[in-house]
Design a protein around this ligand. Structure first.
Ligand SMILES: *Cc1c(COP(=O)(O)O)cnc(C)c1O
Length: 415
């Protein structure tokens, strides 16, 4: 949920942000460690919290997770390297590699470092088994249906590339190559509907019974939603936990052994911990629309263009005037990219969305709330724009945890 900038108890309050704007040049990301700690606490009932680092993969955020006993999910070789650099240990279950393919380099890395593999395809099991008998594996099951906040985040069902459709076929491969099956995993995309969740838990039980293997863990995957507006309700963690805990207990009874329950959130832990700050450089009237043009683009924050995602926007005046919240105008907020889709106020499919915002002037700053997940980690160099800095607020101090990339660094790759 967006933090109210006028509430001085919040770390993201107008005074703090004004100080940061003086200290760092726009645009930049800010994270609030306290928010991450609060979210971690909410999940303490789960045996293992495994952070899906793709949502926010800065090594300083990963270290902060490590200090709180969080484990890590890596979905690429780069993410494995980030996790190792952040202090997560090889040859343990601290890092799990989840994917649907294993390329050569990644295969060698997981074998050398004995990193458990959560396999989303039967081919991965064969390729791994051939060179690494005894390797710990999970099966990522496609339960045959999915759920997600957008078509692009739906991760189950016939149209999903993720997971193994018929996990029974995995067992002979696991046996043949003497792999060690440690867990069953399902990740069904972002969003929650408790009736749907019940179906997912039932599906997990069904497969655990059917496969009847000596597993030690099940994973509920990620996909826990967060409210992006002031009116959406936060997820009922108790209810979420209870449904999964029931499934865990039944599986545990059936197999006659202790089963650990893992959860693998990305967004839930970090979305609300981050904001994006950008400066207004131009305003335009086109017909009866007001366009506000800022120095951050979809190469920085991709979600509105990619999914039509909503991010609450607040205005910080660049001068000493007081923002009048009563006097709102129809506004479209756009970035600097040479691309008409570079609009922060749009619906899925690209329809412009008019946002009621106060009168905005050149030199003002716009704050995009709840951008800690899939913000910086989805940024690109499109239009040859350098990656922007990431700042962390921790113990009432602010630190640069990623400096701004230089244009020279981008060009260097091609020289
Ligand atoms: C992306 C992903 C997650 C996290 O999803 P959120 O919606 O951010 O919670 C968890 N597990 C896997 C395998 C993923 O790919």
């Amino acid at each position: 949920m967006p933090q109210d900038l006028n509430d001085l108890k919040n770390n993201f309050n107008i005074n703090n942000i004004k100080k940061l704007i003086k200290k760092y040049s726009s645009p930049f990301w800010i994270y609030d460690a306290d928010t991450i700690y609060k979210k971690i606490k909410l999940l303490k009932q789960f045996d293992v919290i495994r952070f899906a680092q793709k949502s926010c993969s800065n090594i300083n955020i990963l270290r902060l997770m490590k200090n709180k006993n969080i484990k890590i999910d890596a979905v690429s070789l780069g993410e494995i390297e980030r996790a190792l650099l952040s202090g997560f240990q090889p040859n343990t279950n601290e890092i799990i590699f989840t994917a649907d393919i294993l390329d050569q380099e990644t295969l060698f890395k997981v074998v050398d470092y004995k990193i458990p593999v959560n396999a989303g395809s039967l081919d991965m099991l064969k390729q791994l088994g051939k060179i690494s008998p005894g390797h710990h594996v999970w099966i990522r099951i496609n339960p045959g249906f999915g759920y997600g906040h957008s078509k692009k985040t739906n991760t189950g069902g016939e149209n999903s590339k993720h997971g193994i459709w018929d996990p029974e076929l995995a067992i002979p491969i696991i046996k043949k190559y003497k792999l060690k099956l440690v867990g069953l995993h399902m990740h069904i995309g972002s969003g929650v509907n408790y009736i749907h969740l019940k179906k997912v838990c039932q599906s997990m039980m069904k497969y655990a019974f059917k496969l009847n293997q000596e597993i030690s863990s099940i994973s509920a995957g990620g996909g826990l939603p967060v409210p992006y507006t002031f009116t959406e309700k936060p997820i009922d963690i108790k209810k979420y936990f209870n449904l999964w805990n029931e499934a865990r207990k039944k599986i545990s009874q059936f197999l006659g052994k202790k089963i650990e329950l893992e959860i693998e959130p990305g967004r839930f832990l970090v979305a609300e911990s981050g904001i994006l700050i950008s400066k207004v450089w131009a305003t335009k009237k086109t017909g009866n629309k007001t366009f506000i043009l800022i120095d951050a683009g979809f190469n920085d924050l991709m979600r509105p263009t990619m999914y039509g995602s909503y991010h609450h926007i607040s205005v910080i005046p660049g001068d000493n005037r007081i923002i009048n919240e009563q006097e709102m105008t129809d506004t479209v907020v756009a970035g600097p990219l040479c691309e008409s889709g570079d609009i922060f106020t749009q619906e899925e499919g690209g329809t412009l969305q008019i946002r009621k915002l106060p009168i905005i002037k050149i030199g003002d700053y716009l704050i995009f709330h709840d951008t800690g997940a899939y913000g910086a980690s989805m940024s690109s160099n499109y239009n040859t724009r350098p990656l922007i800095p990431e700042i962390l607020i921790k113990n009432n101090n602010s630190f640069i945890i990623r400096r701004r990339q230089t244009i020279q660094e981008i060009l260097q790759l091609e020289l």
